[in-house]
Ligand binder design. Structure first.
Ligand code: FMN
Length: 218
């Protein structure tokens, strides 16, 4: 959810979101994570400038055929470059909205970790936060583009980098302007899963998204 209303998120709601995050599994229960909530409008304006520059860098990489947004999974049917181009167009459009309205985001949540094991040690906490947010009616998106400007982020937030803290992600959070949806543009389960050996039929076809179930859909 990148189309967010500026309405503030109450502190009790923020507490529930972060309390979900800290319940996440993590290697050895070392809990080497720290969350910096940013709701100061001046700071948000400074991050807005950085965010827009960082996005431009990512899209330059993409245009040059580099970076994380280029390559689809190899070999599978359905990895259709035309469909991916359409996904990229929609994603860019939604990303543009976020970048253009960055100053309206009511809450940025910067997530720091010490040695996040390639993300493995922090993504459960991040995803728990986003799921808890959604349960509270708060939308959000996980972003990484600001990792193009880690020095500036560390400086603005006063991060004690000498202790080993590194920014893993920044979550933009707010009440949704858009409609809740299910991520529909995914290759279905049976195309990306096998049973008892790579490439053998998984055994069940899932032509339509099963989540959220109609029962729970808002
Ligand atoms: C590791 C990772 C990094 C991401 N970085 C960004 C980002 O910097 N900016 C952004 O708008 N979305 C970011 N996303 C969200 C993806 O762009 C999004 O999941 C994808 O476009 C598919 O959209 P959907 O999940 O709404 O279907 C990131 C997601 C992941 C898992």
């Amino acid at each position: 959810m990148r189309r967010l209303r500026p309405d503030p998120i109450p502190l009790e709601t923020q507490a529930r979101i972060l309390d979900a995050a800290v319940r996440a599994p993590n290697g050895g229960n070392t809990q080497r994570w720290h969350f910096v909530a940013v709701d100061d409008p001046q700071l948000i304006r400074e991050f807005a400038q950085l965010f827009r520059q960082a996005r431009a860098i990512e899209y330059e990489k993409f245009s040059a055929g580099a970076g994380p947004m280029v390559a689809l999974a190899p070999g599978a049917p359905g990895a259709d470059p035309t469909a991916h181009a359409e996904t990229m167009r929609r994603m860019r459009c939604s990303g543009n909205y976020l970048a253009d309205h960055f100053e309206e985001i009511p809450l940025l949540l910067f997530v720091f970790a010490i040695d996040d094991l390639g993300g493995a040690n922090i993504y459960p906490a991040i995803w728990s936060a986003l799921l808890a947010a959604r349960a509270e009616g708060v939308g959000g998106v996980m972003t990484m583009v600001l990792r193009n400007f880690t020095d500036e982020v560390n400086e603005l937030l006063g991060v004690p980098v000498e202790e080993g803290w590194e920014m893993s992600a920044m979550l933009a959070l707010g009440y949704p302007r858009g409609k809740w949806g299910v991520a529909a543009n995914r290759r279905p389960v049976h195309e990306v899963s096998s049973r008892n050996g790579w490439g053998k039929p998984f055994g069940v076809e899932v032509p339509q998204p099963l989540w959220p179930s109609q029962r729970n859909a808002k």
